[in-house]
Design a binder for this molecule. Structure first.
Ligand code: S3P
Length: 434
């Protein structure tokens, strides 16, 4: 587990310059997993050097996959083929990564060998029945700790069969776990979602030559197919860029450019909401990176207005609510969030933890079971606990840029799970952060 680290953040200068944001976490996890299962050698460029994605790579190394790191953010993965993984010599540690654990649950449920997945204190509090129950309908046998929590003890040697899953929860992790299990199942596996979620697993399977039928909210594949190695280029992570989009919007005088950010439509809900709030964000140099839409985002300070966040956009911005709450605290008029109960089961209870932190800085937040109303006011200094949640820590570093007084942010080491070097990049752009 990481050592406890705190930040002291305060108003810096207007945010300026051009920033290169690290690679996408969701795509990096999937790239390692699928390249490991492919026939042949794949190169991954733009791989996120975060703790979460490195934990996933380490897990595959322990199952006999040779992974080279010729330079930072590049991996060469020597695929072992769909049936080539070896039994690991002990429990597999996913660190802080829900994506790692849930996707691996689907993949490992189909192997010949037994395995155990565990993780850090935060991950061991996250619900896993959402994957173990639908996997059980395909013939998987997975034991959890009390309450459906990790560790997961996965019994190998089961013969999985395809199934049609109509999910209650909009979750790309659950969908992906089922599709990965479906690769090994007899017959077809079909997933229907209540709201469309990110489709990186589907896109990457198709890029590795798997015959898969997918459209927003729907995916179907047949078991027994092989994956063919390919090279993957990972775009910059929109969720990491989000902190700078909000920061430059709220800090007067800011004018920041974020280079080649991934703009998959299932990720960019915050862009729509911020623009609706009055943000000044321009896209330039639109292009493609590894099959994904990317563009440079230029963001300049603007006065924001509170909004009601459309519920249809919640899944498309599920990781961006900590950043949105800060934008809302600095807007004119209240912002209302509904239909976002999933926030309560992320790396922390992001509704409760954001409300607690904002209150400590002088903002009124009315919590509901599935959202909150944020009443803006001038932010003052104070002490905030991130509850070891990377996105909460970064959100409050942004808030501190407009607070009248120092903001102490406790327990920030987990920023390295998704955005290593955030503090250095942020300081370089003008943040007051130490
Ligand atoms: C992710 C899916 C989302 C998201 C997480 C990454 C993924 O989780 O919050 O950060 O890579 O599939 P859910 O599937 O639980 O919504």
């Amino acid at each position: 587990m990481s050592a406890r680290v705190d930040w002291r953040a305060r108003t810096g200068s207007p945010l300026r310059g051009t920033l290169a944001i690290p690679g996408d976490k969701s795509i990096s996890h999937r790239a390692v997993m699928l390249a490991a299962l492919a026939d042949g050698v794949s190169t991954i460029d733009g791989f996120l050097e975060g703790e979460d994605t490195r934990a996933t790579a380490a897990i595959f190394s322990r199952m006999g996959v040779r992974i080279e790191t010729p330079s930072p953010s590049r991996r060469i993965v020597h695929g072992v083929g769909i049936d080539g993984l070896h039994a690991p010599d002990g429990a597999l540690d996913c660190g802080n990564a829900g994506t790692g654990m849930r996707l691996l649950a689907g993949l490992l449920a189909a192997q010949r060998f037994d395995s155990t997945l565990t993780g850090d204190d935060s991950l061991r509090k996250r619900p896993m029945r959402r994957v173990t129950e639908p996997l059980a309908t395909m013939g998987a046998r997975i034991d959890t700790a009390a309450g459906g929590l990790p560790p997961l003890h996965i019994h190998g040697g089961q013969h999985l069969h395809g199934a049609r899953h109509a999910l209650d929860v909009a979750s790309a992790q659950v969908k992906s776990a089922l599709l990965l299990a479906g690769l090994y199942a007899q017959g077809e596996t079909e997933v229907v979602e209540p709201h469309p979620t990110r489709d990186y697993t589907e896109r990457m399977l198709a890029a590795l030559d798997v015959d898969i039928d997918f459209s927003p909210g729907y995916a179907r594949l047949r078991g027994g197919q092989r994956l063919r190695a390919t090279d993957v280029v990972v775009p910059a992570d929109f969720s990491s860029a989000a902190f700078f989009l909000v920061a430059a919007s709220i800090v007067p005088g800011s004018d920041l450019c974020l280079r080649a950010v991934g703009l998959n439509p299932r990720r960019t809900g915050l862009l729509h909401v911020l623009r609706h709030m009055g943000a000044d964000i321009e896209e330039a140099h639109a292009g493609r990176c590894g099959g994904e839409a990317v563009a440079d985002l230029r963001v300049r300070h603007a006065q924001l207005r509170g909004v009601e966040v459309p519920q249809a956009l919640v899944a498309d911005m599920i990781d961006e609510f900590p950043a949105l709450f800060i934008a809302a605290a600095c807007a004119e008029g209240p912002t209302v969030v509904r239909g976002a109960a999933e926030l309560r089961v992320k790396e922390s209870d992001r509704i409760a933890v954001m409300a607690e932190g904002l209150r400590a800085l002088g903002i009124r937040v009315d919590e509901t079971p599935d959202g909150a109303t944020i009443h803006p006011a001038p932010l003052h200094g104070g002490s905030v606990d991130s509850h070891a949640d990377h996105r909460i820590a970064m959100a409050f570093a942004v808030a501190a840029q407009v607070a009248e007084g120092d903001v102490q942010i406790h327990d920030v080491a987990n920023v390295a799970t998704s955005f290593p070097g955030f503090d250095t990049l942020a300081r370089g752009a003008g943040f007051g952060l130490e």
